[in-house]
Ligand binder design. Structure first.
Ligand code: NAD
Length: 500
């Protein structure tokens, strides 16, 4: 049995806890490896490694740090096939999608390669008589990231790409379900020229997370995962004096107005609802056609589209999507399908009971489609995170706008229409953090920022882009005067200085 070890202070570290978590092959349902679960002491070891590295790394000029990231990007690209296969074998997403996961992370690395520009700071010459004011962004020290299973490459890179570029050193606690790619990324970072201790990976469960959240030398924590745990991480980290951003779950809606290009809508919806087996925080699991005619057409065409979808093993180049991540998640998704039926929604296509010949123990779920879903149903209110699309019929634009706006989650939303005025009005008024206009998965590009609203994110600073730079740095503002000491002595002043 292959063991997946920690990566601390520039090399593999074999854990001593004696506790492990099984890493499954979702295609076969078999255990393929086991991953170490760290002790409090092992988390501390990683933090100490990062602390030691901080002095040199934070004192390295930004251009040199950027050069390491340029080389890291080159190495990840050179190893793309190996990384994508590894990712796919533990997660279950198809190879092309695994490459997309890595590529979206690399786009944040590309942004981070421009860090000298982003760190330039502000300067005011002559803010007062002989007084200049300037501000600079300084790194925080040792910082940490805790990541979910569904993007094991992209989300770690969202975090450590920017955090390291600005001069911090990093401890990553990836998901224990697909932990291998994060370790490979840390190895490649060292190969790219980062000093040891700049990027460490500790595997673990709640014990490791708590050790990070309460560690006095960890200054900031970025978390992505489900909402209850995000809220816990936010509260606990803040109580221990850390800066925390904690992104949570989602239930994204796609609004379809009667004038939408229905051919395109069906293609977009199918990819966004069922791609990666629906295990994306920016998936579109709810579609809201406006008007009964639009709804009837959408439903009929979606049923036909679903018939063309191919569910297969993650290495099958012809498969649209692969298995979900593990048996518990498969049971959970199927439980939500049953709940939807019990609540009175109409199950138009039932993906349960899907079996792939030769892979009967794999965690496959066929695409499912519900119609006549109502806002009061738990299966609508909660995140399913599987290949399930729910149709919610709305009679008007206002009714459709209210659904995502009132939902407990507010990660992403999309509107499909040819009416620019309606789209503009929707984008301005909808109570959701990321909006797509004829774009089904509106994940912002790396130099903008990513973040949802309501229970989709706790904390107030987004991932990557300039918000990421702000999150991973603290601002220092200097007010400077260089008087000629021979000529310019001022008396003591006992009132607050002003520029009046
Ligand atoms: P999860 O919440 O189960 O796990 C996330 C991380 O928290 C993992 O590293 C895990 O080890 C750790 N963890 C698990 N249980 C814990 C506990 N009790 N205490 C402390 N830490 C714990 O999430 P997941 O199943 O890996 O990922 C799927 C979820 O992530 C979905 O809800 C999805 O919407 C969300 N997600 C959100 C975004 C976003 O940007 N908003 C992006 C991707 C995924």
């Amino acid at each position: 049995m292959r063991d997946i070890d920690h990566f601390i202070d520039g090399s593999t570290y074999v854990g001593t806890s004696g506790r492990f978590s099984d890493v499954m092959d979702p295609n076969t349902g078999e255990v393929q490896a086991r991953v170490q679960l760290a002790t409090v002491g092992e988390v501390d070891k990683a933090v100490q490694g990062a602390q030691t590295a901080f002095e040199e790394w934070s004192g390295t000029n930004p251009q040199r740090r950027a050069r390491v990231l340029f080389e890291f990007k080159r190495l990840v690209e050179a190893n793309m096939d190996e990384l994508a296969h590894l990712l796919s074998s533990e997660h279950g997403k198809v190879i092309a999608d695994a490459k997309g996961d890595i590529q979206r992370g690399l786009e944040v690395i590309e942004f981070a390669c421009g860090i000298p520009h982003a760190l330039k700071g502000e300067y005011t010459w002559g803010a007062g008589p002989g007084i200049d004011v300037y501000s600079m962004r300084q790194p925080l020290g040792v910082v940490a990231g805790i990541t979910p299973f569904n993007f094991p490459a992209m989300i770690p890179m969202w975090m450590f790409g920017v955090a390291i570029a600005v001069g911090n050193t990093f401890v990553l606690k990836p998901s224990e379900r697909d932990p291998s790619v994060p370790v490979r990324l840390a190895e490649l970072m060292i190969q790219a020229g980062a000093p040891k201790g700049v990027l460490n990976v500790v595997h673990g469960d709640k014990a490791a997370v708590d050790a990070i959240l309460t560690h006095p030398q960890v200054h900031a924590v970025s978390f992505v995962g489900s909402s209850d745990i995000a809220h816990y991480v936010y509260r606990t980290g803040a109580e221990h004096g850390k800066r925390v951003q904690a992104m949570g779950g989602a239930k994204n809606h796609g609004i379809v107005l009667p004038d939408a290009d229905m051919d395109q809508v069906i293609k977009d919806l199918s990819g966004a609802a069922f791609g990666s087996a629906g295990e994306r925080c920016m998936a579109l699991p709810v579609v809201v056609p406006v008007g009964q005619k639009t709804a009837d057409e959408l439903r009929a065409r979606m049923v036909a589209e679903i018939e063309t979808l191919r569910v297969g093993v993650s290495t099958d180049a012809g498969a649209h999507y692969g298995p979900v991540v593990n048996a518990a998640h498969k049971a959970r998704v199927e439980g939500w399908i049953q709940k939807g039926v019990d609540e009175g929604a109409e199950l138009v296509v039932d993906g349960r009971g899907f079996s792939l010949q030769g892979h009967e123990k794999g965690y496959f779920i066929g695409p499912s489609l519900f119609d006549h879903v109502k806002p009061t149903m738990d299966s609508y209110r909660e995140e399913i995170f599987g290949p399930v699309l729910q149709i919610m019929r709305a009679d008007s634009f206002e009714e459709a706008l209210a659904l995502p706006s009132k939902h407990q989650y507010g990660n992403g939303v999309a509107i499909f229409t040819q009416n620019g005025r309606a789209a503009r009005d929707f984008a301005a008024r909808v109570n959701v953090g990321m909006v797509g206009i004829n774009v089904p998965i509106p994940v912002p590009v790396a130099y903008h920022t990513f973040g949802g609203w309501k229970r989709s994110a706790f904390g107030d600073i987004n991932q990557h882009g300039m918000e990421g730079v702000r999150f991973w740095t603290k601002t220092k503002t200097v007010t400077a005067r260089w008087p000629d000491s021979e000529l310019e002595h001022s008396d003591s002043s006992f009132v607050i200085p002003t520029m009046a």
